[in-house]
Design a protein around this ligand. Structure first.
Ligand code: ADP
Length: 190
């Protein structure tokens, strides 16, 4: 079984590449950002609460996303594996993920970390904001807050996975196809 974490700052290209890798390796793609946006569109209580955090560029509470992950894992009992996109984003989430996987006889195979320069992230997010309809992509100060939240709360996961021997840095600058190729090579080397 192959369980991958696709990791990187906002704008690193996780969504695009996770979808591709999911198809390529027959993995269930789980994006907590997409799951949250589905809740927002459906105007559920969870969605309405989460939107308040998302629109400020803050994280939603760990318990909310961990419950979503549990639901998704339970919904795919015969999966060949999973690719987690935008999750985990805090050490508490990573610990919760390890526990859930362990309870189901699974573990993370590797954490692929996309490396992208900060100015490139801001450019990509502002560009995406022109067409994505995402409220959190439209305002430079919110984008900068998301990157700062990433640096404070999410980047420590690099050490978390390094200490388990699961950290795999991957060049995230270049064309979508070039990056996809590098990711495939890294997964095949696992
Ligand atoms: P990006 O990585 O491009 O910022 P995502 O779609 O992964 O986009 O996430 C959008 C927003 O949804 C985040 O800024 C955050 O507010 C919220 N979110 C998504 N995943 C998580 C998570 N695992 N923990 C907490 N908040 C999350």
């Amino acid at each position: 079984m192959l369980n991958l974490v696709l990791f990187g700052p906002p704008g690193a290209g996780k969504g695009t590449q996770a979808e591709f890798l999911g198809k390529n390796f027959n993995l269930v793609h789980i994006s907590t950002g997409d799951l949250l946006r589905t809740e927002i569109a459906a105007k559920t209580h969870l969605g309405i609460e989460a939107k308040k955090n998302i629109d400020k560029g803050e994280l939603v509470p760990d318990s909310v996303v961990v419950d979503m992950i549990k639901g998704k894992l339970n919904a795919h009992p015969t999966a060949n594996g999973f690719i987690f996109d935008g999750f985990p984003r805090t050490v508490a989430q990573a610990e919760a993920l390890d526990l859930i996987l362990e309870q189901n006889g699974m573990e993370i195979s590797g954490m692929l970390c996309l490396q992208v320069e900060k100015q490139e992230l801001i450019n990509r997010l502002l560009n995406r904001g022109l067409t994505s309809g995402r409220s959190d992509d439209r305002d430079q100060s919110i984008i900068e807050n998301r990157i700062s939240v990433y640096e404070r709360k999410t980047a420590p996961l690099i050490e978390f996975y390094k200490s388990k021997g699961k950290y795999i840095p991957v060049e995230g600058m270049g064309t979508v196809e070039e990056i996809a190729d590098k990711l495939v090579q890294s997964v095949k080397a696992l």
